[in-house]
Design a protein around this ligand. Structure first.
Ligand SMILES: C[S@@+](CC[C@H](N)C(=O)[O-])C[C@H]1O[C@@H](n2cnc3c(N)ncnc32)[C@H](O)[C@@H]1O
Length: 220
């Protein structure tokens, strides 16, 4: 299973690298994604923010407007280059990192991710949430926005994969399998409780979910 997850993550990083220059098109084309952006103002973003899997920076500027500082990380240098052009500010730093092979260098008041949690292989979720806990200050909070189950109808969901996956194809080149888990809000709250998080997760329309999570214990 570990090797399956490694291979799936490698393939999804390759996909996002290959299609970085196309990525923003989805925000231009999808009205429902654009209207999601004001949601950030209803979420408790504060202080020093760590943004995981920032991609081309669609959310980074919105976070920076609410934060003291933003550290935005992503595994795709091509996406980071676009993000760096999009949002220039002395309060924003970018770093290239594979979230699964990275340890936060300090603690943050907010750990934010958009459309990232669904790309975490299920077997890696407990370790991933431990990394998030290690990245939070004692009063810190994780915040996420992602696809919900309603989005599955628009994806080419692959059956019989060792890691839940969908098929995607950039404009040019071959197809890729990327990890995609369409989380159910109630199930996710229950899972997070078993990993020692107190979470609230709610549907946003039929295609999206949003959530906040607080670690039940914060290592000193
Ligand atoms: C769906 S995009 C989300 C980008 C951005 N957060 C947004 O909402 O527009 C997923 C992002 O995850 C990044 N990614 C995939 N696997 C990763 C990994 N193992 N570590 C860090 N970033 C990863 C990809 O490069 C891509 O930018």
């Amino acid at each position: 299973m570990g090797n399956d997850a490694d291979a799936a993550v490698r393939e999804q990083i390759a996909y996002y690298r290959a299609r970085a220059s196309e990525y923003d098109r989805v925000y231009a084309e999808r009205e429902d994604l654009r209207v999601l952006r004001p949601l950030i103002d209803m979420l408790p973003v504060m202080g020093d923010v760590l943004e995981l899997a920032c991609g081309t920076g669609q959310w980074t500027g919105l976070l920076a407007a609410r934060a003291r500082s933003v550290m935005a990380v992503d595994a795709a240098p091509e996406a980071l280059a676009i993000a760096q052009e999009r949002v220039r500010s002395t309060t924003i730093q970018f770093a290239r990192a594979d979230v699964f092979a990275w340890h936060p260098p300090r603690r943050y008041d907010t750990v934010f991710s958009a459309f990232w949690l669904s790309h975490v292989p299920p077997a890696r979720l407990p370790a991933f949430w431990n990394t998030v806990a290690d990245a939070l200050t004692p009063a810190g909070r994780a915040i996420f926005i992602d696809n919900g189950r309603g989005e599955a109808a628009s994806e080419d969901v692959l059956a019989g994969q060792p890691v839940p996956a969908v098929r995607r194809r950039p404009d040019k080149g071959s197809e890729y399998r990327i990890v995609k888990v369409f989380h159910d809000p109630d199930r996710l709250v229950r899972d997070l409780a078993t990993w020692e998080w107190s979470a609230r997760v709610w549907p946003v329309g039929t295609r999206f979910i949003a959530g906040t999570a607080d670690p039940l214990s914060v290592a000193g």
